[in-house]
Design a protein around this ligand. Structure first.
Ligand code: SAM
Length: 278
């Protein structure tokens, strides 16, 4: 199984506990600010019908719902029941569009044809076993002229705090495990390949832009390392004995040294943001 596919399988089977690490630590520090950047790039207006593919805990869906307002509507699809459980337990925001969460894989979206003005997919495409099939489904769901916005991380070296975790994982769990970690979220780093995939699915006006945003882990290396609990390596880390865990923290802390500002990890993350039209 390739990195992305094993991550997708791990998401599908994940417990709500491990995904709540994602929701608690990663969403406010990483995925919420990136969701705003994606929505700014694509533009969501009051009354829009919005589809969010690989919605996770509803990160982009909720922010799109706030922009679409009470006259709009949002559907959030994901294959992870644990992620959708976290999404559905969040209370709706006042004045926001209603959100329907649907448990389905991205390459078989359970939504009607040509039903949405906007389709979004934040940090999901790299995990899909059938990326072309998923892009075809996203296009099918859009009305003619509808807009798609898709974000995919650049190479892990351009997301330095996670490269530091990969270095720690490699030292303690070995190169093969580290490779699975690296090739999940950061497994589709080539902007040319990304643009060609989207074009091949029949989209027009495809643009791929590299963006960076700052990221801060005020809880330092241990908070940074905790994010790996929501990763494909989470169960392997949980199975380490006390010595193994201490070694992992020490190796990760050492790799994070250039990013430390006192006790705080301060860095940036780079992502490609694709905009396209049906
Ligand atoms: C890094 S999370 C991003 C979640 C969300 N978009 C956000 O910004 O917080 C990746 C998501 O992709 C979902 N995913 C992975 N493979 C999938 C597939 N084949 N079909 C649908 N969702 C998938 C996972 O369950 C997970 O929720």
């Amino acid at each position: 199984m390739k990195g992305g596919e094993s991550w997708a399988a791990a998401f599908a089977a994940a417990s709500t506990d491990s995904m709540s690490v994602y929701d608690r630590i990663m969403v406010p520090r990483i995925f919420d600010p990136w969701a705003e950047a994606l929505l700014d790039a694509i533009g969501v207006a009051p009354g829009d019908a919005v589809l969010d593919v690989a919605t996770g805990p509803g990160t982009v869906a909720r922010r799109a719902a706030a922009r679409a307002g009470a006259s709009g509507r949002v559907a959030g699809c994901d294959l992870s029941p644990a992620m959708l459980a976290l999404a559905t337990e969040k209370p709706p925001d006042e004045g926001a569009a209603p959100i329907a969460y649907i448990c389905c894989p991205a390459d078989a979206l359970e939504v009607p044809d040509e039903d949405f003005d906007v389709a979004l997919c934040q940090q999901g495409l790299q995990f899909f076993p059938d990326r072309a099939g998923a892009l075809g489904e996203i296009r099918r769901a859009l009305r003619p002229g509808g807009r798609a916005g898709i974000s995919v991380w650049c190479a892990i070296e351009q997301c330095p705090p996670f490269e530091a975790v990969a270095v720690g994982v490699e030292r303690v769990l070995g190169a093969e495990v580290a490779l699975t970690f690296r090739t999940g979220p950061w497994g589709l780093p080539d902007p040319g390949e990304l643009g060609r995939l989207v074009e091949a699915a029949g989209f027009t006006a495809v643009e791929v832009v590299r963006r960076t945003l700052p990221v801060v882990f005020e809880g330092g290396p241990s908070q940074m390392l905790a994010t790996a609990g929501a990763a494909v390596v989470g169960p392997l880390i949980a199975a380490l004995d006390e010595r193994g865990r201490a070694d992992l923290l020490a190796a990760t802390t050492q790799a994070l040294a250039p990013l430390m500002d006192g006790d705080v990890v301060r860095s940036e993350l780079a992502s490609h943001v694709v905009t396209a039209r049906r």
